[in-house]
Design a protein around this ligand. Sequence first.
Ligand code: NAD
Length: 450
Amino acid sequence: MATPEPEDKQPVDTENLNPVHISRYQFDRATQHIDQLKHGLIDFLKSPKRTLSVCFPVMMDDGSVKTFHGFRTVHSRVLGPGKGGIRYHPEVSKEEVKSLAALMTWKCALVEVPFGGAKGGVICDAKALSHDELRRITRRFVTELGDDIGPYTDIPAPDMYTNDQTMAWIYDTYDIMHPGRNNHPVVTGKPVDLGGSSGRDKATGQGVFYATERYLSEGGLPELKSLKDARIAIQGIGNVGAAVATLFDQAGAKIIAVSDSSGGICVDNNEGLNVDSVLEYKKINGTVVGLPETRTITNDDLLEMDCDILIPAALGQQIRADNVDRIQASLIVEAANGPITPAADDLLVSKGIPVIPDILANAGGVIVSFFEWVQNIKHEDWKLDEVDHSLRVKMYRSVDIVINKWRLLNEVQTSKETPEEMTPIDLRTAALVLAIERLANVTLERGIWP
Ligand code: NAD
């Protein structure tokens, strides 16, 4: 009988779609490029600090009672309070929440905001629920989380199928539970007249825009130096995707295809879609499909289109081993969290298609959330220009440090001895190396307690 290989010698399954496996695989890949990281520290950095599972009943509009399940994970508080969105989706799971919380940890560390990572979600189909049902679910979920969230412990924000209205309910519920103090910083992404920040609604899309603009101007794609006339395909035209479409269009890019959960549309002319008409049609009809003078396509067609830049802005795991060969984009910018699996990542590297990774590309949301939190604590109200300027400075700087790290790591690779060791490093690994190094340093600076 063959002796089983030790765990670290076994071939790694890069297409295991368990979200926790994916985030650990990406973490482990990055730590191979960090010298002198203690094993115990590695285990600590990749393990979530705590996960809360809750289950609660809600009275539905028709008088029936339904039970809902929700989760909140704080992955790390090394840099500051936990920070991360709450999503409402039928596919929310404890595993997904844990992996998205880890992603938030690396994102905050990379872009140097003093937050740890967190994430939450409730398993529900938000599209099939009424306004009142969503309000009751939100209030009850927040009550179940109790003092596990707080302005200095864990601060929620919007994510898929949650928005500024959801954040207003979270604030109101928490404020009722903790009267007599400034509770505004307990949640970000609030409506502007309830302590929200100017520019938070478009912040993630604005950050995607700044990251792409900087990457191109720094020579990331030699054949494309700016967004002018660049052909863009966007999967998911929700909060983030709509802002991305508007901003890229304003910069002179051509939005040639967009999609939502019902399907996609594209145009075959050189002008691209009229973004205002797309958003207006979506507002009235609930989908982009059917917009006059456009051709209906599937979400798979959209991902596989011949375009300069593909921007996934919907769900995770959209580009996998089974479809990556058909990707024709010259650059992929991850507006969504986790849209590319590790196996697809490897194949994209070998095809020479760069990916601006989620922890960098979509960090605009958490950066402006941090600005909102600061404004709430200081009772300030920053103007949109100030928010956009500060966001641009942070995004440009983050892109620059990732590109520099990526160059350094690739120089080290080319100096190695065997072809296997010389595998090129992608931007995701470079970004993760920076984030993990920072978190490891701060953990040791604080000192292992006691
Ligand atoms: P949203 O709910 O506003 O929009 C999601 C969009 O995706 C909708 O248009 C929906 O129709 C579409 N969609 C759903 N399933 C789809 C499918 N199978 N194919 C194509 N489209 C589909 O959510 P959002 O806030 O725009 O978030 C989108 C992504 O960006 C998520 O991955 C989220 O985690 C990430 N993100 C959001 C923020 C933020 O500030 N909102 C910040 C960072 C990352």
